[in-house]
Design a protein around this ligand. Structure first.
Ligand code: A2P
Length: 285
């Protein structure tokens, strides 16, 4: 199996997980989970807003025995819907637990710093974030959420949370790839013992056409996706590539048997220009 990192809870998390955004419908989820377990994935990243928690849970309950695995062998992440931020946080998290129906969730994240359904100005309200965190702390204390963390938080949101929390966040999941190196958030996480995890390592697939990434891929005899994933894990950053294609699901695991040269790491990191393929959370900071 792929290597793991140790979270500040003392528990391990695989550095490679299957992203499941836009993976929808029982058959598609089942096929992807089957291919992923066969390829050695032991981590799966879902969210309430992906609307696939129930399908993911069902696929795992059915498929784990096929691979001689139990619940304890896999690491499941899900996230609180931005529409449940604040007052509805307990209900939202309990809904994720019941949809997945896997007993507990390994890691549960606040998906977004704002509150969906409010005008942007009102989304800046830190009270809702604080209330969600209290509820997550409560469920963490009950053992239902083994680790808790946040996603799409800016440095300002992180500082606000670090000042008020009782249980510190185990992890921050944000967009991360060579065009968005997130230097400030990475050093903040390092300083506070928070695991920094990447999403959209492939830039939603759009970075795969980048000329420099292709040049490095050709010189290493690897695919552009493997270069992007290797660039992250070689810096100690866990990744969550999404694919619904069994062949690409397998290919995306083949990143632990080669290294990028320092010069290539530096050339890729020099692509940093603050470019986002996904939403910018600073609008609610
Ligand atoms: P597909 O599901 O058809 O494989 P990201 O994780 O950055 O959001 O990127 C996910 C996108 O990249 C999806 O559209 C996925 O499409 C595509 N993708 C994932 N792995 C690969 C790969 N190895 N080669 C090409 N495209 C990939």
């Amino acid at each position: 199996s792929p290597p793991s990192v140790v979270l500040n809870t003392g528990r391990e998390m695989p550095v490679l997980g299957l992203g499941t955004y836009k993976l929808c419908g029982p058959e598609a989820v089942f096929q992807a989970v089957d291919a992923a377990l066969a390829a050695g994935y032991r981590a799966f990243d879902s969210a309430a807003v992906y609307r696939n928690e129930a399908d993911l849970g069902r696929a795992l309950r059915e498929l784990l025995p096929k691979y001689g695995l139990t619940r304890e062998d896999v690491f499941i992440t899900s996230k609180l819907s931005p529409k449940d931020q604040g007052e509805k946080a307990m209900k939202g998290a309990l809904h994720s637990l019941s949809q997945l129906d896997l007993g507990y969730i390994d890691l549960y994240l606040i998906h977004w710093p704002g509150t969906q359904g409010l005008p942007v100005a009102d989304q800046r309200n830190p009270g809702n974030r604080a209330q969600s965190w209290l509820r997550l702390e409560e469920l963490h204390g009950q053992g239902k959420l083994r680790a808790i963390g946040v996603s799409n938080y800016t440095a300002a949101h992180m500082r606000e949370l670090m000042q008020s929390c009782r249980v510190p966040p185990a992890l921050l999941q944000v967009e991360f790839h060579p065009r968005l190196c997130q230097l400030e958030l990475r050093s903040l996480c390092k300083e506070h013992g928070v695991c920094f995890q990447a999403y959209s390592s492939l830039g939603k697939g759009e970075l795969l056409a980048d000329p420099l990434i292709n040049e490095v891929a050709n010189s290493c005899k690897r695919t552009p996706a493997q270069i992007l994933l290797r660039w992250a894990v070689q810096q100690g950053v866990p990744v969550l590539p999404k694919s619904s294609n069994p062949d690409r699901i397998q290919k995306n695991t083949e990143i632990f048997d080669f290294s990028l040269r320092d010069a290539d790491m530096d050339r890729l990191s020099a692509l940093d220009c603050g470019h986002r393929f996904c939403w910018d959370p600073s609008e609610v900071a």
